[in-house]
Design a protein around this ligand. Structure first.
Ligand code: CO8
Length: 253
């Protein structure tokens, strides 16, 4: 896969790594990048050899948000058409395999919103998260208002969205936005290690677990519990479940 704004790597068996690569613009998400992200994710979705995807940027920036140079002067209608023409946002929100986002440096605006759409977030020490769209006279438009409010609660979300209040890695850990804070020189290796563990697991179970946890965030407890029940029983029909339970009882691997 050859892209202009992404580097694709295969750091371990079953693991694909997407590196956002517009270094001179702090990996700002332009339409080329978002289109390429959509293509890469679509290809990984269809590729059985890929079990887990890591999305990362550089040590300085995960991504500084949507590309302001592309948005300036656009009408709302033109902006809508531009966003609809790229596949990246839809592809990340519907991707069925686990995604790990490894954030070093800045994750601002749409960059933070992209990270929030991944399943597991790691932050490097000193990483900074913010939704600065209000400084440009707009608001987050890729889920930031909804996902941040669900994660941090109303009062802090209001400060972040209405007043661009930034949050550093350690606070993001406290608030449950990221699951680990790791030294910058070790974060990628840790992401690959976790991805390899997930890639080695029963894939039906892992993907169903992902869908269920995402449902918990999207819906009421009642609907979520019902979704979990619907998802639970079919797993007993998979070879993995049959073999793994029998292996446990036989004390074999
Ligand atoms: N878009 C375009 N170019 C950018 C962006 C950006 N978001 N961020 C940085 N750049 C460019 C700068 O223009 C500059 O380019 P050049 O060298 O050609 O002048 C280069 O990157 C370096 O930037 P700075 O000189 O400003 O470097 P600093 O180290 O001083 O500052 C910052 C770095 C803090 C990242 C600063 O550039 C900044 O504040 N950037 C803007 C951050 C921002 O406001 N992000 C939010 C954008 S809006 C958004 O994300 C909405 C998402 C909606 C998604 C909708 C989907 C449905």
């Amino acid at each position: 896969m050859n892209f202009e704004t992404l580097l694709i790597e295969a750091p371990a068996e079953g693991v694909a790594l997407i590196r956002l690569n517009r270094p001179r613009q702090y990996n700002a998400l332009n339409t080329t990048l978002l289109g390429e992200l959509g293509s890469a994710l679509d290809q990984f979705e269809a590729d059985d050899a890929v079990k887990v995807v890591i999305i990362t940027g550089s040590e300085k920036a995960f991504a500084a948000g949507a590309d302001i140079a592309e948005m300036v002067g656009k009408s709302g209608e033109e902006m809508l058409q531009m966003i609809q023409s790229v596949t990246g946002w839809k592809a990340i929100s519907t991707f069925s395999k686990p995604t790990i986002c490894s954030v070093s440096g800045m994750a601002l605006g749409g960059g933070f919103e992209l990270a929030l759409q991944c399943d597991i977030l790691f932050a490097a020490k000193g990483a900074k998260f913010a939704l600065p769209e209000v400084n440009l006279g707009v608001i987050p438009g890729a889920g930031g208002t909804q996902r941040v409010a669900r994660l941090v609660g109303k009062s802090l979300a209001m400060e972040m969205v209405m007043n661009a209040r930034p949050m550093l890695a350690e606070e993001a850990l406290q608030r449950g936005i990221v699951s680990r804070v790791i030294d910058a020189d070790k974060i990628e290796a840790e992401a690959v290690k976790l991805a390899s563990q997930l890639a080695g697991r029963a894939q039906h179970a892992v993907r169903t677990a992902k869908a269920c946890v995402n449902k918990a965030i999207d819906t009421t407890l009642e609907e979520g519990l019902s979704y979990e029940q619907q998802s639970f029983f079919p797993l007993f029909d998979t070879d993995d479940a049959k073999n793994m339970m029998a292996a446990f009882l036989n004390k074999s691997k």
